[in-house]
Design a protein around this ligand. Structure first.
Ligand SMILES: Nc1ncnc2c1ncn2[C@@H]1O[C@H](COP(=O)(O)OP(=O)(O)O)[C@@H](O)[C@H]1O
Ligand SMILES: [Mg+2]
Length: 364
């Protein structure tokens, strides 16, 4: 199993200097204390090793401690014991080079990148800051699922980056040379990337739906579906990439004037359907929406586990919307992942079911 054994935080949000050592082979880490003591900030600091903006999507200005001189160095270090690699020391330093702050990642004191860190280990989380994904429209949902896919699939991640690069290059050509040959070439590449992204999204959704149906019987059932007005299935790759190419060509003028790409991967509509009510998740109650989000996160963890990928799960305030019985169900499920899970809550007694198994950290 993968587990965090040490955390050192310097000048990060509410933490001036903090260090934590966790015993070997601890599966359940509980962080408890009153509101505002820094529980979420602690989980947030760990989440930077999977997402450059952490679990709250913070800007660098929001990370730097308020009311402190800005030349103080901010650093987060975590020591992870991984099944495949033994001990890994990751650190994130925020460096002020001139007038700009930059994030730099290190593995055992040598410079590395977030992408490389994610090859070793993935940090997955569920936090109240994610609740809005379920009721706030398409873009958030699509981006959220895209991020989960990118964590599962390095090829998807690379294709997304390539697409982004070529889309901006195409806009640049439209603005300047309008070189026909060059445009045709780059649009063909874009059309193929778009096809591949559509394809991987649908395969991931299918996998997740299967896991939800077969492995997560105790949890709220949902189904992920992608729809696109241009096609009903992706069986004919050549025909579809030509169609996408046509779309790109037809929109050259519009894209040039608006400086935006009108045909893109955003033409995919994602729907999350609550199977119990057979309605879209947007129309469900807040409680149902939270349970559905939990289902997606758990299914994603199962997918990582089935693919033999190591991960650590952070559950921020998961007890706040679960009664004792449902927390027991959640606990029994995550226990099967055989990896380290972090929980936060205001009181120790919320975690009675893991009283003898957990490593308890009281923040004051
Ligand atoms: N950049 C920052 N500098 C100083 N304090 C911060 C910064 N960002 C957040 N905080 C403070 O950190 C405190 C703890 O927040 P949080 O970890 O969310 O608490 P909780 O224990 O309720 O999860 C809050 O009082 C917040 O104001
Ligand atoms: Mg909190």
């Amino acid at each position: 199993m993968a587990s965090i054994e040490k955390v050192f935080i310097t000048n990060f949000k509410s933490y001036k200097s903090y260090s934590l050592s966790i015993d070997n082979n601890i599966k359940h880490v509980v962080v408890y204390g009153y509101n505002g003591v820094g529980k979420t900030n602690l989980l947030d600091s760990i989440s930077y090793f999977s997402n450059s903006k952490g679990l709250r999507g913070s800007s660098i200005e929001e990370i730097l401690p308020k009311n402190q001189s800005k030349d103080k160095n901010t650093q987060i270090e975590i020591q992870i014991r991984s099944l495949k690699k033994n001990i890994l020391n990751f650190s994130l330093r925020i460096i002020n080079d001139g007038n700009q702050f930059k994030k730099k990642f290190f593995l055992d004191q040598r410079k590395t990148s977030l992408t490389k860190i994610k090859d070793y280990i993935k940090i997955i989380w569920l936090s109240p800051y994610m609740d809005k994904i379920m009721y706030e429209g398409q873009t958030l949902k699509r981006n959220f699922i895209d991020k989960l896919i990118a964590q599962n699939d390095g090829y998807f991640n690379k294709t997304m980056l390539n697409l982004k690069k070529d889309v901006s290059e195409r806009l640049n050509i439209l603005k300047h040379s309008k070189d026909e040959k060059w445009l045709n070439l780059i649009e063909r590449k874009i059309a193929v990337y778009i096809f591949e992204i559509f394809d991987i999204r649908r395969k991931y959704a299918e996998k997740l739906n299967m896991i939800i149906n077969t492995q997560l019987n105790q949890f709220r059932k949902i189904r992920l579906e992608y729809k696109n007005k241009l096609f009903s299935n992706l069986q004919n790759k050549d025909k579809l990439t030509n169609l996408f190419l046509e779309e790109l060509k037809n929109k050259r003028e519009l894209d040039e004037i608006t400086k935006r790409t009108h045909f893109s991967i955003n033409t995919d509509e994602i729907s999350i359907v609550d199977i119990e009510n057979n309605i879209s998740i947007d129309a469900c109650s807040t409680g149902e929406q939270k349970s559905s989000l939990l289902t997606i996160i758990l299914a994603n963890c199962w997918k990582l586990k089935n693919d033999n990928k190591e991960f650590i799960l952070l559950l921020d305030e998961a007890t706040s919307h679960l009664d004792a019985m449902n927390f027991k169900k959640l606990f029994d499920e995550v226990d099967k992942f055989g990896t380290q899970i972090w929980y936060t809550g205001t009181h120790k007694k919320l975690f009675q079911v893991i009283e003898n198994k957990g490593f308890f950290i009281h923040l004051q």
